[in-house]
Design a protein around this ligand. Structure first.
Ligand SMILES: *Cc1c(COP(=O)(O)O)cnc(C)c1O
Length: 427
């Protein structure tokens, strides 16, 4: 494939945009090549400005569970746009969105819309602190909750990829209120609560870790967090920005049967537009202004275009019979195909998968259940694999520590294609 136009555009972008990109992982740095610039996408196909076409398994990092440019969502956005793009005043569709979220994810009794996952987690933690009148939070090493200051302590995703677990600009004051625990290790959590239980406002957790590669919760881990928080009067926040509406209609909390106090969501609920939200029990959510004293606001929050896209997305997910079973079937087929390739080629690798999210880890370990194990991965081997995949017309995340997403738009043929490309890349 030729990438000359992308190379040229990247040089141009670098002159006026830091690193040439508006979000770090897009720069392909951890796979040591220049990024491809995208021209357009439809369904599962994404086309770059050199005219190369790829089958996409990034799905804009999670949101596009129905594939690119879904007709129903596009229609909703177009109809909304014709009526104006923002009013800064209440609209009916915001309530419709809230009702859909509350219905699909019953632990959410009230919900506030924001514009990104980052905003959702920052606001949820402020609310948890305001509600409990405590200052510390517990976060897991390698979990990613957006780029809010007090989350950029041993964070996952881009922060992990670039080896910047502690970003300059995050103050010591912020860092001292973030207590770190090990994912899938209840003992590390119990220890923090034994020492400082009465200072801890909340535990925030990705119920399935997705930003150090996919790592499922061990049996009893989420239940344990529920128990510990209850015992100590702290809140449990599920960061379902990836898992919400992906693992099940009701997200990871439905999938695993554990109910948090607050939930943060994003990605899928925007239908491809910039949206986040946080919600939970009424008595907690009613502490938000203007009802309560905890302040949080947004000029474009509940934006009519974003709400139109989100409502269309959630309705499709809610009303399409068997959609999650079908996602599971296709993702399982993909996993089985790759596992076979791993065995045939003698590659040292393991796969973690929960529903339609999965990661292939290049590692000598037998399984990856912790951050430390994830760190054993051979990222150079991943970079090589990424390049070969791209050449074969498969677009996957340009980092070992991300998820691959199967969408409802992926056909069996798409799945076969990636299994074949994976075979060539591993052999
Ligand atoms: C992507 C992500 C966020 C941040 O969302 P943005 O919309 O990128 O700000 C937060 N939490 C998790 C689990 C995520 O995957």
């Amino acid at each position: 494939m030729k990438y000359s136009q992308s190379k040229e555009e990247f040089l141009r972008a670098n002159k006026t945009i830091p690193g040439g990109v508006n979000s770090p992982v897009r720069a392909f740095k951890s796979v040591n090549i220049d990024p491809v610039f995208i021209e357009k996408a439809k369904g599962t196909k994404i086309t770059d400005i050199d005219g190369n076409e790829y089958t996409d398994f990034v799905a804009s990092w999670g949101p596009l569970i129905l594939g690119h440019a879904n007709d129903t969502i596009l229609k909703a956005i177009n109809e909304a746009a014709a009526k104006g793009t923002s009013y800064g005043a209440p609209t009916k569709i915001e309530t419709e969105m809230a009702e859909l979220i509350c219905e699909m994810m019953p632990s959410i009794e009230k919900v506030r819309m924001v514009n990104s996952g980052t905003e959702a987690t920052m606001s949820a933690v402020r609310l948890a602190r305001g509600f409990t009148k405590r200052e510390c939070i517990v976060k897991f090493i390698g979990n990613y909750h957006g780029h809010g200051d007090y989350f950029l302590i041993k964070a996952g995703s881009g922060a992990l990829t670039f080896g910047l677990p502690d970003s300059p600009g995050v103050t010591e004051g912020n860092a001292k209120d973030t207590l770190l625990a090990d994912y899938n290790d209840l003992k590390s959590v119990e220890k923090l609560f034994a020492e400082r239980g009465d200072e801890i406002a909340a535990i925030i957790v990705e119920p399935v870790a997705g930003n150090m590669g996919v790592i499922p919760p061990k049996k009893g881990f989420l239940e344990g967090l529920r128990k510990i928080t209850k015992k100590h009067g702290a809140l449990l926040i599920f960061d379902e920005v990836i898992t919400g509406f992906r693992l099940a209609k009701g997200g990871a909390q439905e999938y695993f049967g554990v109910t948090p106090d607050l939930t943060t969501i994003g990605k899928i609920i925007g239908g491809g537009l910039p949206v986040g939200a946080y919600g939970g029990k009424k008595e907690i959510m009613d502490n938000l202004a203007p009802e309560g004293a905890v302040y949080q606001a947004g000029t474009l929050s509940g934006n009519p275009l974003a709400m139109a896209a989100g409502v269309a997305m959630l309705k499709e997910l809610k009303n399409t019979e068997g959609i999650y079973e079908e996602l599971e079937r296709r993702a399982a087929k993909l996993e089985a195909g790759i596992l076979k390739n791993i065995a045939i080629s003698g590659t040292k690798a393991v796969i973690n998968r929960v529903g339609s999210m999965m990661t292939m880890f290049f590692t000598n370990e037998k399984s990856i259940t912790s951050f430390d194990q994830a760190m054993t991965c051979n990222t150079e081997q991943y970079a090589e694999y990424f390049k070969l995949s791209l050449e074969a017309g498969i677009y996957i995340a340009p980092s070992q520590f991300e998820a691959m997403f199967v969408s409802a738009a992926h056909t069996d043929e798409d799945i076969d294609k990636i299994i074949e490309a994976n075979y060539k890349a591993l052999i």
